[in-house]
Design a protein around this ligand. Structure first.
Ligand code: GRF
Length: 369
């Protein structure tokens, strides 16, 4: 018996698909991490298999599970996950893939049916995957998830005792950004200098390529990417849910927004109420929204600054936690002024987070500020 199970190749699966097609039969395709199999998975896979005559399951590789779910996952290696998966009655072949999305596999395999679990709709599927499915003429089937059973639930139950009793006293942060990432760099530096007793559990961006993501990767942090959809200021419903799931999985205490350009809504806003902070380049309530440094110049302000505040459903309107002032100099451009504001942000944000931790707030699942 070999030590490690060998999954099927794409060529094997493509052959299976072509053979089925010649016989007028259908290949079903589904994909996921399937890290800790539970009855919910088994029932879902049985239902998916019933949509055709054979089924291939594409498993996210270990590296892509880390990208999608954070550094503590997967619990089981890709070889072990593939071996367990292949033993199920509903599963005819298992392949392992390395990307965050299954797009290239869909293009190569051209399955007859694509099954997806959960409260997605065809419209809220990932855009790239959906385009590939439509191009392959694949029928898309959304199957309901079995309520109450999920890998995250199981892991959270296992962690519950640890969290209540053995917290290491560090705030678990999720940092979300879309831009240059200088505030992320400042948080990383404050942690390294022991000025901020926190750990960055995940970073998340809506921009696949950004200074922010580069800084996260260089620091060896999980650099998650969520495709927010077409509107650059909004997050699609699927993206809102995806972000929520990332935060839950990583057992986040505080969500820190540093130039995250899309508006967070439900379910994150309610679930993390009082635990989401944003840094904004003006002395709020003045100059809410975009272009705050330019607006301060246009209004002839002699002084502006930055604000760290709680995030609520209303933009830049939550409780102010701290502010720092910055003079507006003669001849300032939006860029020169913003650069000086950022210098203050880099001090203020880590300081506020650390003071927050010292006051004993917030604690995962317990009292909220
Ligand atoms: C900061 O100026 C922050 O106030 C605003 O977005 C900017 C992000 O800058 N919300 P960076 O990406 O951290 O350099």
């Amino acid at each position: 018996m070999p030590d490690d199970y060998t999954p099927a190749t794409i060529a094997d699966v493509r052959r299976l698909r072509d053979t089925l097609e010649q016989q007028g039969k259908k290949l079903v395709f589904t994909n996921g991490c399937f890290d800790l199999l539970h009855a919910g998975h088994v029932r879902y896979l049985e239902q998916a298999r019933a949509l055709g005559d054979a089924m291939v399951v594409a498993l996210n590789s270990d590296q892509s599970v880390r990208q999608l779910k954070g550094p503590d996952r997967p619990l089981n290696t890709e070889c072990d996950r593939a071996e367990v998966m292949s033993a199920l009655r509903a599963v005819d072949a298992v392949v392992v893939f390395d990307d965050e999305r299954a797009t290239s596999l869909i293009e190569a395999i051209r399955p007859h049916v694509y099954a997806k679990g959960g409260d997605y709709t065809v419209e809220s599927l990932n855009r790239e995957e959906r385009t590939a499915l439509e191009a392959a003429g694949t029928q898309i089937s959304i199957l309901p998830l079995v309520p109450g059973r999920s890998t995250t639930n199981t892991i959270n139950k296992m962690h519950a005792t640890d969290c209540a009793t053995a917290s290491n006293g560090l705030l678990r942060l999720a940092v979300l950004g879309s831009g240059a990432g200088s505030n992320l760099r400042a948080i990383i530096a404050a942690i390294a200098d022991n000025k901020l007793k926190a750990e960055i559990a995940i970073t998340l961006s809506d921009q696949a390529e950004s200074g922010f993501r580069e800084i996260a990767r260089t620091a060896g942090l999980p650099a998650l990417f969520v495709d927010g959809g077409d509107n650059p200021r909004r997050l699609s419903e699927a993206a809102q849910k995806e972000i929520f799931e990332h935060l839950e999985r990583a057992r986040i205490d505080v969500v820190v927004l540093v130039g995250f350009m899309r508006i967070l809504k439900e379910p994150v806003i309610s679930a993390y109420a009082g635990r989401i902070v944003n840094v904004h380049p003006s002395l709020l309530p003045k100059f809410k929204g975009a272009n705050a440094p330019q607006l301060a110049i246009d209004d002839g302000e002699l002084e502006t600054g930055c604000t760290v505040h709680l995030v609520t459903a209303e933009i830049d309107a939550g409780r102010i936690l701290a502010q720092a002032k910055v003079p507006v100099n003669i001849g300032d451009t939006a860029e020169s002024l913003h650069a000086r504001i950022k210098v203050e942000e880099h001090k203020l944000l880590p300081q506020v987070l650390n003071e927050w931790r010292e006051r004993g707030l917030p604690v995962r699942g317990a009292g909220r500020p």
